[in-house]
Design a protein around this ligand. Sequence first.
Ligand code: HEM
Length: 138
Amino acid sequence: MKSKIPYGTGDASFRAAGGQSGIFRLVNDFFDRMERDPRFETIWKMHPENNEESRDKLARFLCGWLGGPKLYTEKYGSIGIPRVHAHLKIATPERDQWLTCMSESVAEQPFDADFKTYLMEQLYVPAEAVRRRTEAQK
Ligand code: HEM
């Protein structure tokens, strides 16, 4: 029987997400979906017109956050997720646009079903921290 290291331990989550190429694919799908689906218009418009760097930053961040190589820090330096969103207006609807867009993108990846569930539960935590931080400065 194949024994499985729990997600969140070492690089188990990074591997479950297909490593660097799997994570970059997910992030590209996420941004493409955000662009074409009017349900995500508010958060799409918050991004710079050329979003190549936003894609690169999110994908690199997720690699390290999932226990893989610290690719964001290597290229861009240290980061605090709530802090880098502090200039934006992210209330519950914007948080939910982001999570829905991500969840629909995750659903299309070739990940194990239990990892998809785990990943979305984990992503709720920083998404909610972003909302709290930006709402606190209203
Ligand atoms: C809660 C809903 C969220 C919204 C609406 C949102 C939106 C945005 C926007 C518009 C930017 C680009 C900002 C700019 O260039 O001025 C950005 C950057 C970024 N976001 Fe989010 N975000 C959300 C949640 C998250 C979460 C949960 C993560 C991580 C798990 C994340 C990771 C990042 C990263 C790494 C950057 C690049 C920061 C930098 O180096 O400048 N975001 N986000």
